[in-house]
Design a protein around this ligand. Structure first.
Ligand code: PLP
Length: 464
């Protein structure tokens, strides 16, 4: 048998991948065939990863917003895994049966969860957690004699997963193609990006009022009795780390209470320290009924998703005779639960949230200073989560096809990689450079990340 450790080059791995592996969100037919453009990550250490040819990179994206602790806690996680697997490798959370590790994790999460949230339903990842939120919302309304609440509200440009259900809440026609009409009827309202808005809307109070008025108009037009839930991220990832204006989340709470729908905070990216709090919504006064998490819950050391459910909802779900007819065989897997518990231990012991809190202003200053570069239109974010929105050579700030191809699709991602930084470069409607570094990053590393982005965008500005 051949394993990756016996291979010597990325070329060999690329060739094998092109023969046998289908990648996510990838033009598979054109990747890896000549061994050139498949990026093979082989090992990690601290906040760095090495490719299969031994080149080292700062992992400025923490895997895909997963590896809060970077890559050097293997011994501790291996010990937790070893202990769990020797005791119990698997048992489902199914039909009035459970195992101690999932019970302990659920209790532990209730201690750090947003106010009035005591229960957790486990799943395998983010999309499963979001679908669970939807099914719980529907079940909640049905049990209360309100089965006509069949619609969801989400925000424009948002991403909440790619399964057939969650794709309904994901606002990207390219991703929905060719999978037919959405499974769940969803209306989209504006997100909270204020870049480009001028005058009174640059003011938080006016902007918040406009957003909430728009939302209320949609609710009234649809019929409040048809809306089951609203789903939103505390800081929206798609569109570039879009932070909310003051008063926005409290305003969502007011509308949810007024019209009887559930408020779901999708914290798949923003929970577990990304914004310097256990839950990103805590920064913005969010009081959701349901919170969805995944990614950072295990710091990337095992797969897991979870849906945290408030007491208002569980009081209905847990009525005598009511059955939550939903589940995933591997939801709350003992191995993942043990890893999540150990990750929470490490985050507390090593004061990971304090590290983000201590350095977030510095990162904000470094990132905001990029605004002086001609190609940078806006810089947004919070905690260890930032994006630069790029502006191009056209009068309205857009990119001509030539500039987009030369800079956004080629020069910027290439230079970042050459300089040893993994960052996300979106080449969509609003081109972006985004970072979400491991939460263990120190000041020097954050400076290095900011320097690399500055040099790259400086060169790109000169070529605009
Ligand atoms: C906000 C948000 N929700 C849901 C998901 C789906 O998570 P998964 O890819 O684990 O299914 C993602 C994935 O990036 C996400 O960013």
């Amino acid at each position: 048998m051949t394993t990756s450790t016996t291979r010597t080059s990325s070329g060999e791995l690329s060739a094998s991948a092109s023969r046998h592996l289908l990648l996510n969100m990838t033009p598979n037919g054109s990747v890896g065939t000549d061994g050139d453009n498949l990026f093979v990550v082989q090992r990690g250490e601290g906040p760095y990863v090495d490719d299969a040819d031994g080149r080292r990179y700062i992992d400025g994206l923490s895997g895909l917003y997963c590896c809060q602790l970077g890559y050097s806690y293997a011994a501790e996680f291996a010990e937790a895994a070893d202990r769990q697997l020797r005791e119990l490798c698997f048992s489902p959370l199914w039909s009035a049966s459970a195992h101690p590790t999932a019970i302990e994790l659920a209790e532990r999460l209730s201690r750090i969860a947003p106010v009035d949230i005591e229960h957790t339903f486990f799943s395998g990842g983010g999309a499963e957690a979001v679908e669970t939120a939807w099914k719980i919302a529907r079940k909640y309304h049905a049990l209360r004699g309100d089965p006509g609440r069949t619609k969801a509200i989400a925000r424009r440009g948002a991403y909440h997963g790619l399964t057939v259900g969650t794709l309904s809440f994901t606002d990207d026609p390219g991703l929905k193609e060719p999978y037919g009409p959405p499974a769940i009827e969803t209306r989209f309202v504006s997100h909270t990006n204020r870049f480009g808005l001028s005058g009174e809307l640059a003011d938080d109070a006016a902007f918040t009022a406009r957003l909430l008025r728009e939302l209320e108009d949609v609710i009234l037009a649809e019929g409040p009795e048809t809306i089951a839930m609203l789903i939103a991220e505390p800081v929206q990832n798609r569109g570039g780390c879009i932070t909310p204006p003051e008063g926005y989340w409290p305003g969502l709470r007011t509308l949810a209470d007024r019209y009887g729908f559930l408020l779901v905070a999708d914290e798949v990216i923003t929970a577990f320290g990304r914004l310097g709090e256990w839950f990103g919504g805590d920064r913005y006064g969010a009081r959701p009924d349901i919170v969805t998490v995944a990614k950072g819950i295990t710091a990337g050391y095992a797969p897991m998703g979870a849906t945290l459910v408030g007491t208002k909802v569980t009081e209905v779900l847990n009525r005598p005779g009511a059955i939550l007819n939903h589940g995933y065989t591997f939801g709350g897997h003992p191995l993942s639960a043990a890893i999540a518990l150990r990750s929470l231990d490490i985050m507390e012991r090593d004061r990971i949230l304090d590290n983000v809190r201590a350095l977030q202003d510095h990162l904000a200053t470094r990132m905001t200073s990029l605004k002086t570069l001609p190609i940078v239109g806006d810089v947004r974010g919070a905690g260890f989560f930032y994006a630069c929105e790029l502006v191009g050579d056209l009068d309205d700030g857009g990119f001509s096809d030539t500039a987009r191809a030369a800079l956004v699709a080629d020069l910027i991602p290439r230079r970042l990689r050459e300089a040893g930084l993994l960052a996300r470069v979106y080449n969509r409607a609003a081109p972006l450079v985004q970072i979400a570094p491991p939460l263990i990053s120190d000041r020097q590393l954050l400076d290095r990340i900011a320097d690399i982005i500055a040099d790259t965008l400086d060169e790109a500005s000169a070529r605009l």
